[in-house]
Design a protein around this ligand. Structure first.
Ligand code: 3PG
Length: 197
């Protein structure tokens, strides 16, 4: 969460796209990449992207312990989940891998704190009430830090990053679906990497 202001959330269907996408993002200044387990290619994409110098590749959309272990075997260095379940959180803590679970309520955060976690993905950020909701939610939990994700764009990322409790944001806007255009991805990464926080 401290390595870059933006974590690209990636849905990659073709493993042949892995290297060009990761190289473009890393050279544009975004080393931390979340590969979502939403395609059959995702684990191979993690393996491929992990070969890129300077890349820090994690797995997203991890829903259970089986997916957690598959992601770690593929080389994932961090784990993101859309929600916070006790079995997945305990397994991630046991494996010693950085774990960013999704939260959208005070009870979610309290369950996370009980498990020893204090870094959370605020998800889905815009439809859960946006910046106003996160500020209100974060107030009682002054040591917690958040990575809002879901509905954030290049135009709104800066507003989110200006919130004290926000360490970084996640989003899929950097890499649209389909055949990757490395120059366009790199240009978007440069803009995102330069966002103040
Ligand atoms: C996620 O999994 O974090 C979200 O699907 C990313 O949200 P976005 O596509 O609205 O950026």
């Amino acid at each position: 969460m401290t390595m870059a202001p933006v974590i690209p959330v990636l849905v990659v269907k073709d493993v042949a796209h892995a290297l060009p996408i990761a190289e473009a993002l890393v050279s544009g200044g975004l080393p931390v990449l979340e590969v979502t387990l939403r395609t059959d290619a995702a684990l191979d994409v993690i393996r491929e992207m992990s070969k890129v110098d300077g890349a820090f590749i994690g797995a997203g959309t991890v829903l259970n312990e089986v997916q957690l272990d598959a992601a770690i075997d593929a080389g994932a260095k961090f784990i993101v989940s859309p929600g916070l379940t006790t079995p997945l959180a305990e397994a991630a803590i046991k494996r010693g891998i950085p774990f960013l679970p999704g939260i959208a309520t005070a009870a979610d955060i309290m369950r996370g704190l009980d498990l020893g976690l204090d870094r959370f993905k605020f998800f889905p950020a815009e439809t859960s009430g946006g910046i106003k909701a996160l500020k209100a939610l974060a107030a009682p939990f002054y040591k917690a830090r958040f990575c809002p994700t879901g509905g954030i764009t290049v135009d709104t990322a800066g507003d989110w990053l200006a919130v004290d409790a926000v360490s970084c944001v996640g989003g899929s806007w950097l890499v649209p679906a389909g055949e990757p255009d490395p120059e366009a991805i790199k240009a978007r990464a440069r803009v995102a990497a330069a966002l103040p926080r």
